[in-house]
Design a protein around this ligand. Structure first.
Ligand code: GDP
Ligand code: MN
Length: 349
């Protein structure tokens, strides 16, 4: 599960990792202290280049920019909230991340001298890499500060890396990327942006309450401009469904296996994820009820239809456990069922 920037930063602050002062604002455009940096809260990078990050200094600028950013789709995602932060006076931007290196079975610290929006263009050989463990952390500050040319900050960097490591392991993070790590003109180090991914399999250990709430659904975006979304259960059936959509001449937007543990909440979260795709005009639902029960899926479909505005047309094929109950429930709500996937695809106008 990927967190939004404000969610990731609230976790960082719990571990005393410095982040800018800020507040989350919705469409009411609450009073913010000015000047401010307004940041679109979408779960993708490249917001700066897409116009999703704006520096504002007057109330009328703030109101106009809030409105624009809330209506700006970035890579298929439109934000529901913005983060308004106190602007940083940036002397330098660097890159710092913790990730899981599976080849080395380690949590690896990765850094670059020049962070910011062009990070992808650097050659992999230019990055500092350091396998972390509790014992090694004491000397990381010196070696990292040498690499980053931050000699007076060796102790601060040791503290930051120690806290990041604690945060990473305690919160079951799989990726934590600070880009940029900013050195301010006041000589402070601050995490100006944060990308954080959590291990969905560890959800039971936590009480995670995030916008894209945890689900064991396996959702992969294939094409942000796709026209047909898919919901299926089982990886094989989900892939076959996607292939059938493509063969029928449509652009599949996503891959989604709702999994054996699908609940009304996780299915509802899946519908919400699909609603973030601007061009989807049909949702193909292909369920073979084994562990997951067709009537559970049917109830979630009915709730989605009642609670989500502008839900695209549904093309549903269900069979297996409790398919008969599902068929009755859907019929009561005048929701069409198709006998085969082929029939469902043919019906897409
Ligand atoms: P991203 O484009 O989605 O990675 O969003 P970031 O939060 O990383 O912001 C992109 C760029 O905007 C940063 O690399 C900075 O150059 C700039 N930026 C972000 N916040 C501030 C700020 O508070 N002050 C200044 N001067 N620039 C900022
Ligand atoms: Mn960034």
């Amino acid at each position: 599960m990927r967190l939004l920037e404000y969610e990731a930063k609230s976790i960082l602050s719990r571990y005393d990792i410095p982040v800018p002062n800020g507040q989350v604002i919705g469409d009411s455009g609450a009073d913010i202290s000015l000047p401010a940096v307004l940041k679109s809260q979408v779960p993708v990078g490249g917001r700066g280049k897409a116009g999703g990050i704006r520096l504002v200094s007057t109330q009328s600028d703030a109101t106009a920019a809030t409105d624009e950013i809330l209506n700006l789709s970035i890579k298929g995602h439109t934000p529901t909230v913005l983060l308004a932060e106190e602007p940083l006076d940036i002397a330098r931007e660097m890159y710092l991340s913790l990730l899981i290196n599976r080849d080395q079975s380690s949590i690896e610290l990765v850094a670059h001298h020049d962070g910011g929006v062009e990070i992808e263009s650097h050659d992999t050989s230019e990055f500092y890499r350091y396998p972390l463990s509790h014992d090694l952390i004491d000397d990381v500050g010196q070696s990292l500060s040498d690499f980053l040319d931050l000699n007076e900050h060796a102790n601060t960097l040791t503290d930051i890396v120690t806290r990041l490591y604690d945060c990473f392991t305690s919160e079951d993070i799989t990726l934590l990327e600070i880009n940029p790590l900013v050195l301010t003109t006041d000589n402070e180090l601050v995490a100006a942006d944060c990308k954080m991914e959590l291990d969905d399999d560890a959800a039971w250990r936590h009480n995670w309450q995030f916008e894209d709430s945890p689900s064991d659904a396996n959702f992969v975006t294939l094409d942000a401009d796709g026209t047909v979304a898919t919901i299926a259960n089982g990886a094989g059936l989900a892939m076959a469904t996607m292939d059938a959509v493509a063969t029928a001449g449509y652009r599949p937007a996503n891959f989604l296996d709702i999994g054996g543990g699908a609940t009304p909440e996780t299915i509802a979260a899946s519908f919400r994820q699909i609603m973030a795709f601007p061009h989807v005009r049909a949702i193909v639902i292909n369920i073979f009820g084994g562990i997951v029960q067709c009537d559970t899926v049917a109830r979630s479909i009915i709730t989605a239809r009642q609670s989500i505005d502008n839900l695209p047309e549904l093309y549903i094929r269900l069979s297996g456990t409790n398919a008969d109950i599902a068929a009755e429930l859907l019929a009561e709500h005048s929701i069409t069922l198709y006998p085969t996937l082929h029939d469902a695809l043919e019906a897409i106008a």
